[in-house]
Each structure stands twice: as C-alpha cells, then as structure tokens.
Design a binder for this molecule. Sequence first.
Ligand code: F6P
Length: 325
Amino acid sequence: MKTIKKIGVLTSGGDSPGMNAAIRAVVRTALYRGLEVTGIRYGYQGAIEGDFIEMQKLTVSNTIQKGGTILKSARSKEFMTVEGRAKAAENFRNNGIDALVAIGGDGTFQGATVLHQEHDFAVVGVPGTIDNDLSGTDETIGYDTALNTALQAIDKIRDTADAHERMFLVEVMGRDAGFIALETGIACGAELTLLPETLNHLDDVKTSLREILTNKKRSTLVIVAEGDESGGAMKLQTDLKEDFADIDMRVCVLGHIQRGGNPTARDRVLASRLGSAAVNALLDGHESVMVGVVNNNIKLTPLKSGWSKKKSIQIEMLDLNKILK
Ligand code: F6P
C-alpha cells in the first residue's frame, strides 16, 4: 500500500450546493487522521496551472452552509489532453500530493479515471452534481437542494398560473437525466412531466394536454426536463402554438438558480459523510473509487462505473403523477 502523507482536494464541473460541506469534511477528516491537505483551485485547470493553497482547519470555517465552492470550479479542456494530465500529475508530485479527492460529476470522474490509469495516481471521487445521474449512490450532493430550489420557484409559478388561469411550461435542469423533473413534477402536482428517459412524440404530448384541458383545471403546469427530446420548454411552446392558439401559455426556464443557494440539511449531512468517507477510502488503500451512500450505508464503487453505467430512474413514479394530477 502506498504511503499517503498529503492529499489534494478539488471541485470540478458544474458546482452544486453542498460542495463546501464536502471540502470541509475532507479537510477536517484528513487533519484528524494526521494528513496534510492542499486545496486545488479551479478544478483540473488549477491542477495544470499549479493553483494550490494549503488547507487548515480554519480555512473551511463558516462554509458548511454556503452554496458554490470556495475552491472555485471550471470545466478544463486542457485536462482532456494527455499533456494536460501529465502536467497536473507532475504538479501534484512536485508539491508532495500523494492522492486526490475529486468532488464533481461525470466529467470530473472521467478525468479522474484517466489520471489514475495514466499516472498510477490514487483518486477517490465524491459525487457532487445537481443532476443526480451517477450510479453507486442513491443521491448526489446538491440534488436535494436543487429540487427544493426548483420547487419553491414552481410553487410561485403555480400562484400566478392559477390567478390568470394559464398554462406554464417550466424547464428544469438535469442535463440528459430527468431526476429533477420527475421529483419536482410529483412535489408540485404537475399536470404533465416530460423526461428524457421516456419517449413522448409531439402528438402524444398534444393528446395529453387536450385531455388535461378538458378536465377544466384552472391552471396547468408542465415540467420539461432540459434534456427531453421535445428540445426544452421554449421549443415545445413553438411546436404547440398552432394547435393550442387559444390557450394562454407561458414559458419559464429556471436555469442556474437551481445550482445556487444554501445546501439543505440533507445535502450537508450527505456531503459531510461522503467527504469523510473519501479520505478514509484513500487511507484504506483504494485508488480509483467513488464514495456513495446506498440504503443509508457508505458504499465504494469503481470510479468508472460511477459515470459509465446509466443510473436508473424510477419511471413508475410518472404513473403516480398521472393518478394524482
Ligand atoms: O451538470 C450540472 C448542470 O447544471 C446541468 O444540469 C446543466 O445541463 C449544466 O450543468 C449547465 O452547465 P453550464 O453551467 O456549464 O452551462
């Protein structure tokens, strides 16, 4: 087993609420276990540029409740090259960094997997993304907060939709995955939810909407996942315009507000557990794994299957939505 004296920690890709809580847990667990910790700013780009800061107990004070990431984040094109990764690995070694905790989503883990393969560098991934699309954990850090942020916004949209008796097409994030859409759809009582995981031809959508409208509900909320094959809420509105010309229809794209804000209690606890588990995994000799929580227990998964295996969504929840609408 390799000796680890100092670990590096970085956040990469789209930030998610709870990343700071995860950094804090990594730093404090590492210090507790007698290690030194270096923070790498701006994700893999900072690794290439040597943008390193030493992390102490107080560096992470008063951060558990904050959104964003104190280490900043980036999507580094350079790290996708062999040369970029070699530079990062060289910087790690020159700075005495023996292993890495990478907090992020699938792009972050793809980079970490290759870094390990090419440079025999130990990396543990901590799943941090609002999309919840990583296998090997029931939930990713930031997902619960994003759900609640989206829900608060949608509840407000329902008020005005009801007042004007309008239809709203509300687009939520999630990239190619429909987790946010599915669960906000249920929680806000959406009349229709469109996910990338289910194929809905435009004609099916029109049929569903006609059925909803004949029930004479005062307002209609359609939740559209950004990755849905309809092309998103704006495109859908354009495609529906002709057939629903008499319907007062509006679009709201929630966008990046879903990525910000104070993490919920659930995300803070999840991030604290996973950040700590990542350090323990490195000290136990694991070299290319992702930490997750499955059925409330810490679970280690090979890093590669975290991003390469598609996480299954509980499509049957859509039926619940149909019954309750
Ligand atoms: O992966 C997180 C996420 O917020 C996705 O839901 C979204 O598709 C994407 O990032 C947006 O990325 P960017 O902030 O680079 O526009």
